[in-house]
Design a protein around this ligand. Structure first.
Ligand code: AGP
Length: 605
């Protein structure tokens, strides 16, 4: 999704803006641009494609401005080309924008009547001209506030002014924006990650806030043009670097480090001396929680679904799951005895944030499970449980999914203990088994060569299916999602028991079907479903921890995961599915870390 950088300095800013834009590349984008003020004029340079292209343009034609804004764009209004790339400038101002202006058509008509000529198809250009118009009679802050009053939708803005060459302004409503404090310059960023290499002192703008930055001063204003003070936060140090190291891409690094991220997370939550789980200060007395509602999008939603099975298995709390984009628009019956849990790697997903906001407005207690502890979702929840996975750069979520499931599983065990719903010995046994998970993951990762061979079978397939029951069902959904987003191959994830109710019609000679069948209480039933697939010509890839030659007959490949506590099977089954998607995509020469059309941080709805 779009990303914003702004730097107010006393030396040329273009190369630092480029470096910071590169940090935002992980979000997914299709064009890039930069603007600075040079000799009293706005100098705007932009291009379609990668930041590298922009760097080449700047290499040929450097820009010397001491304050500047930069942007990576993920197209919403208008195709991804140079004209639609940000910044969008008039004679007076230059604007970069994240988010969507919902009433841009109406505003455009009004501005055209006033004589403004639009060059792009974007919604952003209306902001440029509104500001230009208000600046004729108003000072900077007043003109920004009057512009914001006209806009419907969600946005974060970075702004440069021809007449104020040392100022960078920022404003937000709905989309996140952070301000960074440097020793001799100050920064604006759509997320703190992009600013981390320059500073660890950050302030987050709240909805309606405006900031004005120069190299040695930062001022904040509210929507009434009044100066306000804001808290400065110190960012946490990441234990894991965001470098690729010897790996070909971030995704293979992120898959292969899962034994380590899981170990780190377990260390954070399991008290080594008391052998208990370190989760305290629940926002509701755990004994009084009547229901848990888990909310997320995409992969995060799949982790919510695994948690439903664990919570139902281990506690008496009834559990519902919801997709954030649906939850936020339904007529929800909020209840103070329910705990609303939001799961999000980035902590910035617009739909998940809006669902959280709705809960806050209805005065119910919220908990978030995030990877980015400084994120908007974390900052706005009553209770935060970090997944400690370190920065995840690949757009396709891997180690964060495992991390989300891990924290949700630990939470389920903790709740069963504090509610007195598990025996002491079972509680300790679950923790004992959990501590083996990093080694079990490593053992599974060590078999990755086999997946490379299996992946070849998917190359000429016109689709694939992933089937599982119980805890394997969410993993089937996740396996299908990973394959879709990385290799662009159509894939369906289904509860194996549902096949007869329709999807069995899809099975034909040679269709790859991944069957997830750990030796749990569903095992025999899943194997029967597998036989139905084989009988219709499906090419079965069986993932199981049951070594049984008779069952493996007529199966194209069997991938054995290590035997473990049944509750740990989802983690172990996920690994071969991530690797499968990775290798199919590699064989098809797809862009592994940045799949087409997708973004890491989905900050528009
Ligand atoms: C995962 O592979 C996807 N790219 C996507 O489904 C993602 O999980 C979803 O957009 C939610 O993101 P979040 O965890 O940052 O909220």
């Amino acid at each position: 999704m779009c990303g914003i950088i702004g730097i107010a300095s006393n030396k040329s800013v273009s190369s630092n803006i480029i470096q910071s834009l590169k940090k935002l590349e992980y979000r997914g984008y299709d064009s890039a641009g930069i603007a600075t003020i040079v000799n009293g004029n706005i100098d705007e340079k932009k291009c379609s494609g990668r930041v590298d292209n922009l760097e080449k343009i700047l290499f040929k034609n450097p820009t010397k401005g001491v304050s500047g804004i930069g942007h990576v764009r993920w197209a919403t209004h208008g195709i991804p080309n140079t004209l639609n790339a940000h910044p969008h400038s008039s004679e007076e101002v230059s604007v970069v924008h994240n988010g969507i202006i919902e009433n841009s058509n109406q505003l455009k008509q009004d501005l055209e009547k006033k004589g403004y000529k639009f060059k792009s198809q974007t919604d952003t250009e209306v902001i440029t001209f509104l500001l230009t118009d208000f600046l004729k009679n108003l000072d900077l802050v007043d003109a920004i506030n009057k512009t914001l009053d006209k806009l419907h939708g969600s946005f974060a803005l970075g702004i440069l002014f021809k007449k104020h060459k040392d100022i960078v302004a920022g404003a937000r409503r709905g989309s996140p924006l952070a301000v960074g404090y440097g020793p001799k310059e100050n920064y604006l960023g759509s997320d703190s990650y992009a600013l981390k290499s320059m500073t660890n002192k950050i302030t987050y703008l709240d909805d309606g806030d405006i900031c004005l930055l120069t190299n040695n001063r930062i001022e904040f204003y509210n929507s009434k043009n009044k100066k306000i003070n804001k808290e400065i936060l110190t960012l946490s140090n990441d234990k894991h670097t965001a470098e690729k190291g010897d790996y070909k891409d971030f995704m293979s690094k992120e898959i292969n480090e899962q034994n380590i991220t899981v170990k780190t997370c377990i260390k954070e939550y399991i008290d080594q001396i008391r052998k208990g789980i370190n989760i305290y200060n629940f926002p509701i007395n755990p004994k009084e929680i009547q229901k848990i509602i888990l909310i997320g999008c995409g992969t995060a939603f799949h982790s919510c679904l695994t948690a439903k099975y664990w919570l139902e298995e281990l506690t008496s709390i009834s559990t519902e799951i919801d997709i954030a984009s649906e939850f936020r628009y339904r007529k929800i019956k909020f209840n103070k005895k329910y705990l609303y849990i939001f799961v999000s790697q980035s902590g910035e997903t617009a739909d998940t944030f809006a669902a959280l906001d709705l809960c806050k407005k209805n005065n119910v207690k919220t908990c978030s499970i995030v990877n980015v502890v400084e994120s908007s979702i974390a900052r706005n929840s009553d209770f935060v449980l970090p997944i400690h996975a370190g920065p995840e750069i690949g757009v396709a979520s891997t180690k964060a999914f495992i991390g989300q499931m891990l924290v949700l599983y630990i939470l389920a065990i903790k709740l069963s203990e504090v509610r007195g719903e598990i025996s002491k010995s079972d509680y300790e046994k679950n923790i004992f088994d959990l501590k083996k998970l990093p080694d079990l993951i490593k053992e599974t990762l060590d078999q990755q060569d086999k997946i490379q061979i299996i992946a070849k079978d998917f190359l000429n397939a016109k689709g694939a299916m992933f089937l599982g029951r119980g805890l394997s069902f969410p993993i089937a959904l996740e396996g299908a999602l990973k394959l879709k987003e990385l290799s662009y191959l159509h894939a369906e994830g289904y509860p194996a028991g549902e096949m007869k109710h329709g999807p069995l019609a899809l099975i034909e000679e040679g269709l790859p079907v991944v069957i997830l069948a750990p030796k749990d209480r569903y095992f025999e039933k899943t194997i029967s479903n597998m036989q139905e697939v084989i009988a219709r010509g499906g090419k079965v890839i069986l993932i199981t921890n049951e070594n049984n030659k008779i069952i493996s007959e007529n199966v194209r490949f069997t991938f054995e995961i290590p035997a473990a506590n049944n509750n740990l099977a989802p983690f172990l089954m996920t690994i071969p599915l991530q690797l499968l998607a990775y290798h199919v995509a590699s064989l098809k020469n797809c862009d592994i870390d940045k799949p087409r059309n997708l973004a890491k941080s989905v900050t528009v709805e």
